[in-house]
Design a protein around this ligand. Sequence first.
Ligand SMILES: [Mg+2]
Length: 420
Amino acid sequence: MTSQYRVNYHLRAHKRDHLIEFIKGMLLTPFVLQTEPLSTAYTDIFTNIEELINEHRLLHATSNTTRLSKIVPTIGSFFTPLPLARAFLHTDRKVNHILGRKHVPPSFNDVRRILNTAQVMAIAPQLKLVTFDGDMTLYADGANFEQDSLLTAQLVGLLKRGVAVAIVTAAGYGHNAAKYETRLSGLLKSFELARLSHKEVAQFFVLGGECNFLFKCNKQYRLEYVETPQLWTADQIARTLDVAEGELADCVRRMGIDAQIVRKPRAVGLVPRESLTREQLDECALSTQVALLSLQGSSDPGAAPVPFCAFNGGNDCWVDIGNKLIGVRIVQRLVCSPAHATLHIGDQFLSTGNDISTRTACCTCWIINPEETLAILTELDSFLPSDTPVVAAIDAVVAANANANASADADAGAGADTSS
Ligand SMILES: [Mg+2]
């Protein structure tokens, strides 16, 4: 049946985060009514939502229904409490100055940032593992992790503290470590410049193709492929990718897109030769999602016999075998990090994104670009126990990177003089 409701749902549901919308709606009332003092009204709301979350955490395991799940039916699990009132005051003071605004109410992005801050405040004391998405989280879409990125120092700082770090990315280059080393060359060079010990770099991992290709870092600061158990048969994978490829081809035909369809061992993608709108890419992701769910008789991509991830990659659309939920769980097992000690940072948390599945395995932060990743890691650093001289370690990496760049510039300059 195609009711108006179903059409509206498909038009809008994948663009929404229902918890954020709920919080935003709650904050709108005192803003519109110009309640005085506004700070008390907002902090009271955040305190009440904290209580709803605490109750949900307590009852969720034994009861299908909580007060919060009645208000936000799509709500999942919270692995830590969220100190939202404290995070609101912190964010207001340092970032978005909500209390000083008379004409612009608290927005979706304001609430998203407050949730991120609350999450890093809560997880800091027991943090064991941080997993990162790659594109648009650590570097621009399709770019490499450059040595002069300020994020290199933050990742070095985490490893120095004994926190494991993993990059869980859709980028799938099979067993080819060299290709991942090229994408991450600046980061690996920073490990070397910071003289990270074998023990420290042994806590760094890369998982390519969402969950399909695992690499660890050795003491020469190189990536080594690690064999993992095969979760699906070759036939299962081929059948899934055949259907996804057929659906993407149908999208190309229906929307008259000029694109190449790329088949890889564990993925199939639509790579446009022209710029596509977000709506077109969402259509491709949702079309393949629906076709694969129908093929497998499932209503959830993560619970299907062959779990998959059909997502809008920003400039392209990909269907991967497996998902980041499986990827994060692989790393969690490797470093013995439970859900409440694991943080995943990514930019794709709408239902057509590939980071959303990690919410089942661990705590998450939803950022929108590498600058926000840097900001949230800087905040996290200020909340971590201060028994390790991490600031000095970060300063050392920044200084080493600056020296390396200065040497490179000098070499280039010398080359230019010679040629003239
Ligand atoms: Mg991304």
